[in-house]
Design a protein around this ligand. Structure first.
Ligand code: NDP
Length: 227
């Protein structure tokens, strides 16, 4: 039976990934900052274990890695922020605080999550590490605005590229995946796809991931994206 760990599982894409994998019969370790408020997540049927985790709390990450002793086939670091709420993210106006906090969550929190559960992936059959990144981190595709968010995802993409090369020899597959423009709190109501469509597509791409030192940056629909 497949075991999956997902961060930011209380809403948006993380919630739908949890619903998807639980529906497939997987055991899901669903992590969120405030389990007492995660009503939708608590209502998902199946083998879902809810854990408290703020991905920027390194002490808690270490504790949780010890609490979960079983192998984890697929580790999905999904939690992320667009930046500090209601702040101008133009190059001229983006604040140092916004840059630091967005990097702390989207880069450091994501990398630390994947590193904390690397031993669990190593012991598993599936051996997959996945970061949910964004097309907005693509330098080839860049334009103005959203500087803190874009920079954090570009940096994450590089970290994942290094991870792919480093871990290939151990048979660990690394996914750097764009979920599409999704109708969530972050994506807003005009997104192209629902969280369900995104989660289904991401799960299909994750199923096909293979260890490779040529890291790929792939969308939920399986399309390779330019770095
Ligand atoms: P939402 O804003 O809907 O949800 C974000 C999730 O991340 C929430 O569960 C939130 O928890 C969690 N989170 C934020 N900060 C932390 C933290 N420090 N520790 C733990 N959890 C945290 O976003 P989406 O579901 O849309 O986005 C999920 C991922 O997909 C993100 O990485 C995002 O960058 C990426 N993405 C989304 C796109 C879209 O169109 N929606 C497009 C491209 C990429 P809480 O409820 O406690 O705040």
């Amino acid at each position: 039976m497949t075991t999956v760990l997902i961060t930011g599982a209380n809403r948006g894409i993380g919630l739908e990934l949890t619903r998807h994998y639980a529906g497939e019969g997987a055991t899901v370790h669903a992590c969120c900052r405030t389990p007492s408020e995660a009503r939708e997540l608590s209502g998902i049927a199946g083998s879902v274990h809810i854990h408290q985790l703020d991905t920027t709390d390194h002490g808690r990450l270490g504790e949780l890695a010890k609490e979960i002793s079983e192998p984890i086939d697929i580790v999905i670091a999904n939690a992320g922020i667009y930046g500090l709420p209601d702040e101008d993210q133009s190059f001229e106006k983006v604040s140092a605080e916004n840059l630091s906090r967005t990097l702390e969550v989207n880069l450091t929190g994501t990398v630390e999550t994947l590193r904390a559960f690397l031993p669990h992936a190593r012991r598993s059959e599936g051996k997959k590490l996945v970061a949910i990144t964004s097309k907005m981190g693509s330098i080839a595709d860049a334009s103005q605005g959203a500087v803190a968010y874009r920079v954090s995802k570009t940096a994450l993409n590089m970290a994942m590229t290094c991870a792919a090369a480093e871990l290939k020899g151990e048979g660990i597959a690394v996914g750097t995946l764009h979920p599409g423009w999704v109708r969530t709190d972050m994506g807003g109501p005009n997104g192209n796809i629902s969280p369900e469509e995104s989660a289904k597509g991401l799960a299909k791409v994750i199923e096909g991931l293979k260890p490779s030192d040529k890291a790929t940056f792939t969308s939920f629909s399986g399309e390779d994206l330019p770095w």
